[in-house]
Design a protein around this ligand. Structure first.
Ligand SMILES: NC(=O)c1ccc[n+]([C@@H]2O[C@H](COP(=O)([O-])OP(=O)(O)OC[C@H]3O[C@@H](n4cnc5c(N)ncnc54)[C@H](O)[C@@H]3O)[C@@H](O)[C@H]2O)c1
Length: 275
């Protein structure tokens, strides 16, 4: 079987680990052919760590022309908005990490239409949570889904939410609920923190019905996601305590592992396990 050619948008925390997994043959049927990042240093830094020689592109057009079969986005919601359609128009499959962008219904519909027209697929890894298989299975029977995310203030710093909120992260001395609302608003207010809310919403009852609570805990050493979903099927309660990635406290190590596993499964597996 010919190896799947992989292009990578975003050479940061997730991109580095994913590229190194492909580079070290942890994904048998994948080869890394092209890297793209808007920050030249990040691009060259990753390239210098690899044994293989993917093209390192600071221009998106040349990146896209590199012939990748699948493009992995591990950059930002903006990258999905700016490049998602072009990736699919070029007939490439796309794996999306900045899933918050897909919470925008217009963009989601447009990308799905282009993917259908071009016969390509959009993959969304489970990311930093668990149980997406079960949520998908019961989606038509769900009455409520609530995600409670607890992180240290430093993992929440820089979110657009604080540009308009009166809450000052450095004055939080004990556990405090800083956001309680819909997933739709949460992914806009905390774009780098609650991609999991977007994944959960896409799998379940949508961004307007999925509730999100964000808790800042100065003592937190993990990024904790607690999902409670209920309906006529029964209920699901899942708590995941994630070690933050060394390179980026906002990104849980599980999200990195989930990205690698999703790509491995696409490239290597003849059998699908789980719904
Ligand atoms: N789905 C999940 O569960 C999950 C979990 C963690 C992170 N994420 C998301 O995945 C993305 C990557 O996370 P990370 O921890 O690797 O981030 P990071 O900040 O460590 O790295 C992001 C990289 O992408 C580059 N970049 C940013 N915008 C770009 C653009 N428009 N075009 C090209 N390159 C661009 C940056 O220069 C940087 O090198 C983020 O959007 C993050 O919110 C998703």
């Amino acid at each position: 079987m010919p190896k799947k050619k992989v292009g990578l948008v975003g050479c940061g925390t997730i991109g580095n680990q994913l590229a190194m997994a492909v580079d070290s043959n942890k994904i048998a049927n994948a080869s890394l052919v092209a890297l793209f990042d808007i920050v030249e240093n990040n691009l060259q830094n990753l390239k210098s760590k690899l044994h293989s020689s993917p093209g390192a592109h600071s221009d998106f057009g040349t990146f896209l022309a590199s012939g990748a079969d699948i493009v992995v986005e591990a950059a930002s919601q903006d990258a999905v908005r700016t490049f998602g359609k072009a990736i699919l128009e070029a007939g490439r499959d796309m794996m999306v990490m900045s899933v918050g962008a897909l919470a925008e219904n217009d963009l989601l519909v447009e990308l799905l239409q282009v993917a259908a027209k071009k016969g390509c697929r959009i993959y969304v890894p489970t990311g930093a949570i668990a149980g997406i298989d079960a949520i998908r299975s019961v989606r038509h029977l769900l009455d409520s889904v609530t995600l409670t995310t607890t992180k240290s203030p430093k993992a929440l710093a820089g979110a657009p939410f604080f540009e308009t909120s009166k809450i000052k992260l450095d004055s939080i001395t004990k556990t405090a609920v800083i956001y309680d609302g819909t997933a739709a608003e949460a992914v806009r207010a905390f774009p780098a923190n609650v991609n999991v809310a977007a994944v959960l919403s896409l799998a379940g009852i949508g961004v307007d019905k999925t509730k999100v609570r964000i808790v800042a805990d100065p003592q937190a050493t993990t990024n904790q996601h607690e999902i409670v979903a209920a309906g006529s099927f029964g209920d699901i309660r899942i708590t995941v305590n994630n070690v933050p990635s060394p390179g980026n406290p906002k990104t849980s190590f599980l999200a990195v592992l989930s990205a690698i596993e999703c790509l491995r499964s696409i490239c290597d597996d003849g059998m699908r396990i789980g719904s």
